[in-house]
Design a protein around this ligand. Structure first.
Ligand code: ARG
Length: 455
């Protein structure tokens, strides 16, 4: 491409470090769409002749077909997707091919391609996250009344409903989608026509190419347009946070599916066996979904370090943006799909969840609240009295509701029979009707609202 000035070709090692075609061929569709928009604009602006424009457009279409049918020969010597397409165009249509690159550079071209690609990736991931929300909401609706221990410090804390627990993830995923949507707004500006860095003297129409490619507007500054990769960083940051959320859900599923908990059973489709232990039922997909955040956050870290301290405008360093981003996107997409499949398929075991509530006195707070409400005790005194009642139950190895009234009265004389109404786990869950609380009626309403907000 630059043979005009170069007598010798590159060293083999130069070619190897320089070439990106092995991975940036993934941008082929965006590259061709960008070139078509640019070509149409060049014709519209009388910068190239209509006949040349027609030849270029049909040549680009036929290249697209070649690539999609697998007959296109990607060449490392041609470095990247942009030059591979341009060289193929020259082979197909001859001289007019050389007119396509008027008023444009690979610097604005690659930024355009990558923004278009990232926009598509965001849309795909958003749809997948919505599928995960749907699976969570549907399961939550079936378990609006299923009580289970809610934990803090992984110690039994208070009864919650399984539905409420799942809806917590619907909220997290909702915010993840919000972050991607925010990022999309900033991704969706067009660098095309910034040319190498300074703009161009040709009378191009950047607004027209931006509109043709579905961008909201052309980027305002040509130097920024070719130098900015914060759109990728932001995408990866949103992906890292989403992957963090997935890892928490995955971890809970790993715990819940262990025989010690037995809260859920994973379907055969989402479990694996062991090559030596015939009894095993391993949650590999959940474990891998839990782990994927490593690669995704790794991609964010890698690109942050690449971009740190880079002077304006374009530098070849930026070619390092693609591999981590592609890998992170594939990893995230796979992890979301696996989590959605797992949630869709998993079989909850309400009996095991209820049985787990026998440990750890999860209605102790309800007892303390009763002392405050019915006897007017300051909460701190109620907390103290409840602590003593809990240790009595511990000594007798029984549930709070199995203690005799006399036993409780020995700690706090004013306690009456009505205390028993708050000691059952169902009563406890049912009583938590504050906005955002775990009561079954709240969960049903929250699930209905989640459908409205997210599906
Ligand atoms: N393959 C390059 C990249 O991914 C395309 C832009 C090259 N620009 C240049 N001036 N060499 O960043």
């Amino acid at each position: 491409m630059w043979g005009g000035r170069y007598a010798a070709g590159p060293a083999e090692i130069m070619e190897r470090i320089n070439a990106s075609i092995d991975f940036d061929q993934r941008l082929y569709a965006q590259d061709i769409a960008g070139s078509k928009a640019h070509c149409r604009m060049l014709v519209e602006q009388d910068i190239i002749a209509a006949a040349d424009g027609d030849a270029i457009l049909s040549g680009l279409d036929s290249i697209l077909q070649d690539i999609e049918s697998g007959s296109f020969d990607f060449k490392t010597a041609l470095e990247d997707i942009h030059m591979n397409v341009e060289a193929a165009l020259a082979e197909k249509i001859g001289e007019p091919a050389g007119r396509l690159h008027t008023g444009r550079s690979r610097n604005d071209q690659v930024a355009t391609d990558f923004r278009l690609w990232t926009r598509d990736a965001i849309d795909t991931i958003d749809g997948q996250l919505q599928d995960l929300q749907r699976a969570l909401i549907e399961t939550a609706e079936q378990h609006a009344e299923t009580v289970m221990p809610g934990f803090t410090h992984l110690q039994p804390a208070q009864p919650v409903t399984f539905g409420h627990h799942l809806l917590a993830y619907v909220e997290m995923v909702g915010r993840d989608r919000g972050r991607f949507a925010d990022a999309r707004g900033r991704v969706n500006e067009s660098p095309l026509g910034a040319a190498a860095l300074a703009g161009t003297a040709f009378p191009i129409d950047r607004h027209a190419t931006a509109a043709a490619l579905g961008f909201d507007r052309p980027m305002a500054n040509s130097l920024d347009a070719v130098s900015a990769r914060d759109f990728t960083l932001e995408f990866l940051a949103a992906g890292s946070i989403a992957a963090t959320h997935l890892s928490r859900l995955a971890e809970e599923i790993v715990i819940w599916a262990s025989p010690q908990f037995g809260f859920v059973k994973l379907s055969d489709a989402f479990s694996t066996g062991s090559s030596i232990m015939p009894q095993k039922r391993n949650p590999d997909a959940a474990e891998l979904a839990r782990a994927k955040v490593g690669r995704i956050l790794g991609a964010f870290t890698a690109l942050s370090v690449v971009m740190k301290g880079l002077p304006l405008a374009y530098g070849k360093d930026m070619q390092e943006d693609k591999e981590p981003t592609f890998d992170a996107t594939d990893s995230l997409s796979l992890a979301i799909a696996a989590m959605a499949g797992m949630v869709d398929d998993l079989e909850a075991n309400p009996d095991a969840m209820r049985a787990a509530l026998d440990a750890g006195f999860p209605t102790a707070t309800d007892l303390a609240d009763w002392l405050v409400r019915e006897l007017g005790l300051p909460f701190r005194d109620a907390h103290h009295a409840t602590g003593r009642i809990v240790s009595m139950a511990e000594e007798q190895d029984c549930l709070l509701e199995d203690l005799s009234l006399e036993a409780m009265q020995s700690v706090e004389a004013g306690i009456t029979d009505s205390i028993y109404s708050v000691l059952s786990v169902d009563a406890s869950a049912k009583s938590r009707t504050s906005f955002g609380g775990t009561a079954p009626e709240n969960v049903r309403a929250a699930a209905a609202q989640a459908r409205e907000r997210f599906l």
